[in-house]
Design a protein around this ligand. Sequence first.
Ligand SMILES: [Zn+2]
Length: 257
Amino acid sequence: MPELPEVEIYARYFARHALRQRIARVRVLDERILGAVRKEVFARALRGRAFTRVRRHGKHLFADAGGTWLHLHFGMTGDLGYYRDDPPRFARVVFDFDNGAHLAFEDMRLFGVADTIDDPDAFIRLHALGPDPLDLRLAEFRRLIAKRRGATKSLLMSQDVIAGIGNLYADETLFQSAIAPRRPVDRLTSAEIRTIFTTMRKILLTVIERHERGDDHPPRYLIHHREEGARCPRCGGTIVKSVVFGRTTYSCTRHQT
Ligand SMILES: [Zn+2]
């Protein structure tokens, strides 16, 4: 399921391949991928224009088409494919460019959304999205979580607090910060808050950088050990499965407290 690092990679891919080419035609192959916008309105809003820049906020991607923006959310299985001949199997929307190339937004399971919006900043306010962790400073992070309650994992996943962290990177951040997922936020020490903040950003930046090179997550990351009873790659303890914030959670019983 795409979280911030994966969407950042899509944003870079989009920017590398699909900018400054006139959109000759917009094909909506499956209307279920569209948000509130109707097919004809969506196509008319983008046809004849060109994408000039890409923005990402949390798990949302926005592409400027001059006065109107394409908004993409990748749901569980969203992906982009820039191609000349063979369209991706689950293409739901395709932009045909003047130069004969195409950009497909593909999504097998259809939990993603393609939409047009007027202004990403207004969208971010309307959906009450918190700041993006890569734009965040420690002092602001402290302010955001002050007076909050509940499990630390829930807080990291709340898009209105910070935008872009999902189940996998919330678990990874807590695993590497040695904090138990259920630890109440108001019981974190000042030093632990700093550790969570720096660890979260380091993980996100590391994964983006490795994805760019075509590398997988580092071997000692929890993501490779998400299995009940697995051996903790950090301390040799036992990985357990639980449910936090309604989501399957993996953590180490020994080093996460
Ligand atoms: Zn451990």
